[in-house]
Design a binder for this molecule. Structure first.
Ligand SMILES: CCC[C@H](NC(=O)CCC(=O)O)C(=O)O
Ligand SMILES: NC(=O)OP(=O)(O)O
Length: 315
């Protein structure tokens, strides 16, 4: 594996999941592998889990780590090709990425979508420019359309906690006060459609994900029905893909409540975090023993370490 930007970069999904679980048991088994190698982690947007877990994973493989908040710590970058740079942006991504590629053996990039121009976002302009100009392996730390480290984490967590061979997994939309990316649900759906699970997506009308992501998932527009008999409830807000970047619904009936969780097969509650308590999910659920959001966040380290180990072995 060279780049890690989507599930398509993973040759053997169950082997990658098992590697994550193996590393969780023996975190320092490969501490020599990344010695004298450097990873650069670039953040155009905020992060807690991705920033800390990826650093920890790299350190546990013996790597040196450099972290930069692009635009805040560095120069404002011009991302558009062929423009006259007479505005407020001092550096073009062509030079910035190429220079970063001189310093790093692997580069991680977080760059959320603008949620204005769907074609621009869904063509992954920013991620592809770093792939083009760094000349080094790129790991997505959440791009304009996907969050693959989160999705590998989610699959590892489901594998760890499932009680049946083919669990019923439900991705349920939940309200939010802001227009959020489709990255996490896109990516979760992409990975679940390749995993051995019974997968349902529940969302209001108008929140259909792009078909290349929702795939053959069962879809329902009923905020309760999918909870019946579920083994895993994965809650997430996203803005409309069809009416791009818009908030079409804020009905609190879509919030995850104990009443709805009581319809499940004693389901585990999952969320990628950060989560808006009592908007997305009520305290009674996220504070219950059915919530595995902290264990899920802990597994971010093992997902990142499995990916970095696999890339290091191909260098
Ligand atoms: C891992 C999730 C990152 C991001 N979440 C947010 O931007 C939440 C921001 C907020 O709640 O104000 C998202 O939804 O893609
Ligand atoms: N889930 C996740 O990626 O969290 P951060 O945005 O805090 O990194």
């Amino acid at each position: 594996m060279y780049n890690f930007t989507s599930v398509n970069d993973v040759q053997d999904l169950s082997a990658m999941v098992n590697l994550g679980l193996q590393l969780k048991k023996s975190p320092n088994a490969f501490r020599e592998l990344g010695k004298y190698k450097t990873i650069g982690l670039l953040f155009f947007n905020s992060s807690l889990r991705t920033r800390l877990s990826t650093q920890k994973a790299a350190q546990q493989l013996g790597m040196d780590v450099m972290v930069m908040n692009v635009g805040a710590d560095s120069w404002q970058l011009e991302m558009t090709e062929g423009v006259i740079m007479n505005g407020d942006k001092a550096e073009h991504v062509a030079e910035a990425a190429a220079v970063i590629g001189q310093y790093c053996d692997i580069v991680g990039v977080r760059s959320f979508p603008g949620l204005v121009d769907r074609n621009y976002d869904y063509s992954e302009q920013v991620l592809n420019q770093f792939i083009k100009y760094t000349g080094k392996p790129i790991v997505s730390l959440e791009s304009a359309t996907r969050h693959p480290l989160q999705s590998l984490t989610d699959l590892i967590t489901i594998e760890e906690h499932k009680k049946t061979a083919r669990p019923k997994v439900v991705l349920t939309w939940a309200p939010h006060v802001k227009a959020l990316p489709q990255c996490v649900p896109n990516s979760f759906a992409e990975w679940m459609n390749r995993a051995d699970v019974d997968f349902t997506i529940a969302h209001p009308e108008g929140y259909e994900l792009a078909p290349e992501f929702s795939g053959n998932a069962r879809i329902t527009h009923d905020p309760k029905a999918a909870f019946i008999g579920a083994d895993f409830i994965y809650a997430k807000n996203w803005s409309s893909y069809k009416d791009y970047g818009k908030i079409l619904n804020s009905d609190p009936a879509w919030m995850v409540t104990k009443e709805k969780m009581d319809l499940t097969n004693n389901a585990k509650f999952m969320h990628c975090l950060p989560v808006r308590r009592n908007v997305v999910v009520e305290d009674a659920v996220i504070d219950s023993e059915n919530s595995i959001v902290i264990q899920q966040a802990g597994n971010r380290v093992w997902a990142a370490q499995a990916v970095l180990k696999t890339i290091l072995e191909s260098l």
